[in-house]
Design a protein around this ligand. Structure first.
Ligand code: GLN
Length: 489
């Protein structure tokens, strides 16, 4: 096996390569570090590369192999971690100047669980500041470029995670999803990205943006890799009281069971105002699922049109409260030049936060303020219930729901950054599942017909805690060749 092949392997293949002793975990790790050095100056996925820590972990895996111990599924698998997820001893910036020098004293449960399974954390990847955005352009450091077309955004906010996996700068990655930040960048970069049911994965050590919506979830280049990562990080965690005490099935074990006899729902609300090239691909994806034995039927999700407004009220309200902790006293940055406490707060928050974060703190403070609370925040909570109910009713009839992940493919760097409202509207197909708390995955569904042939993502939803079925549908689609076989390119 040539060394460059090592960065093309899936987690599943790495496992086999290690068992057959065709390469060591250290070699696999070094090849990735080398590729990061060569390719990342163009892609700019990484904010911090933790080479030493990664090599140390890889050597531990090799030792385990030498001792003949059982090898966990993720042993030696190089993983990139979004920089809103804490990693003990490794700088975690949240893409913000506020935490430029912040080195956390503990790791997120998801990171601990991955490392316990032998995964090798290569470093921390770029994101929109505090995960607020859809393009990774809100990072206080630099934007990440889409590896498929370097002039375009990788999506966001987990753009670094998606780009790293797409550019083979990591085998898999962790991201966070509050309103689509795993699924949308996965779609833009042509990889898999999944958000489990709310509570499926512990949020302990995920820097809070909007606590009732935040999730940690996996990116991978294959459905099986996503299933393996999700299994490793899922499950009850006493450190997060909202993590669910629901048994975690062995997702990989049922992946190949097929979709014969499944009913798949298609909501027409998700096809209005859609870029026609995306619509075409998704229709072909749905036809493929039908050919694989699914019954396709239409479902109604009538409150979809209110989802963006509802999401941006609730997430900003929660963000305004969560971000109060960055006050120059407790964590991170403090302005050096101030007279008195009030000015210290003001100057710290003014210099430490970027424009989008400030916009959201102001909006969130407004919708929670007396006199407006009932009209906005309370109303949004009521609408959230209606959106969740739409899904619950639809899942009485169907096993899965299929939609586009985003209304458009990856757009140009700089193209939308001055129009926040337009940016928000692009979240229409992902925020619904976030509000309802159901799981969703984005799987590659061919490319756009016109040059530069950008990836299209098909989104699949399932009911609460039915990730196994969702992954089964995704796997059946992947196994059939997705749209790479039989599409018009
Ligand atoms: N794009 C959405 C937003 O800007 C979603 C972000 C996320 O999921 N973290 O809020």
């Amino acid at each position: 096996m040539t060394s460059s092949d090592l960065t093309r392997l899936s987690a599943e293949q790495i496992h086999e390569v290690l068992i057959r002793k065709e390469a060591s975990a250290e070699e696999i790790c070094r090849e990735h570090l080398k590729r990061i050095q060569q390719q990342d100056p163009e892609v700019r996925a990484y904010l911090t590369v933790s080479a030493e820590r990664a090599l140390e972990q890889a050597k531990k895996v090799d030792l385990r192999i030498a001792e003949g111990g059982r090898l966990p599924d993720l042993a030696g698998v190089p993983v990139a971690v979004k920089d809103v997820i804490l990693t003990r001893g490794v700088r975690t910036t949240c893409g913000s100047k506020m935490l430029e020098d912040y080195v956390p004293p503990y790791s997120a449960t998801a990171v601990d669980r991955l490392e316990a399974e032998g995964a090798v954390i290569l470093g921390k990847v770029n994101c929109d500041e505090f995960a607020m955005g859809s393009s990774t352009e809100n990072s206080a450091y630099f934007p990440t470029h889409n590896p498929i077309d370097l002039t375009r955004v990788p999506g966001g906010s987990s753009g670094g995670s998606a780009a790293a996996v797409a550019a083979h700068l990591a085998t898999a990655a962790l991201g966070s999803d509050t309103g689509g930040s795993i699924r949308q960048p996965a779609a833009f970069c042509g990889v898999m990205g999944m958000m489990g049911t709310y509570g499926r994965v512990s949020r302990y050590g995920l820097v809070a943006f909007a606590s009732s919506l935040d999730h940690i979830g996996p990116f991978g280049r294959t459905v099986r890799d996503v299933a393996l990562l999700l299994k490793a990080i899922a499950g009850r965690d006493p450190a997060d009281s909202t993590s669910a005490d629901v048994p975690v099935p062995d997702y990989a074990a049922t992946l190949e069971d097929g979709v014969q006899g499944f009913t798949v729902g298609v909501p027409k609300e998700y096809f209005e105002g859609l870029n026609p090239e995306i619509g075409d691909n998704i229709q072909k994806g749905i036809d493929r699922l039908e050919a694989l034995g699914c019954k396709v039927t239409s479902v109604r999700l009538p409150h979809t049109e209110y989802a963006v407004a509802c999401y941006y009220i609730i997430c900003t309200a929660e963000a305004s409260s969560n971000l109060a902790r960055y006050d120059g006293v407790r964590y991170g940055f403090r302005s050096a030049d101030f007279k008195g406490l009030r000015e210290m707060y003001r100057k710290t928050r003014d210099a430490g936060f970027g424009a989008e974060v400030k916009r959201r703190i102001m909006l969130g403070t407004y919708v929670l303020s007396s006199g407006y609370y009932e009209a906005y925040y309370h109303k949004a909570q009521q609408v959230r219930t209606l959106i969740a109910r739409d899904f619950i009713e639809a899942f009485d009839e169907v096993d899965a729901i299929v939609t586009p992940t985003a209304p458009h493919p990856a757009f140009g760097l700089g193209e939308r950054i001055d129009d926040p409202l337009q940016m928000y509207l692009g979240d229409i197909y992902t925020v619904t599942a976030s509000l309802a708390g159901i799981p969703g995955i984005s799987v590659p569904c061919g490319r756009t017909r016109s040059a530069p042939h950008l990836p299209v993502g098909m989104q699949i939803f399932a009911k609460h805690f039915d990730e196994a079925r969702l992954l089964q549908v995704a796997r059946a689609f992947e196994k059939s060749g997705g749209l790479e076989n039989g599409s018009d390119q």
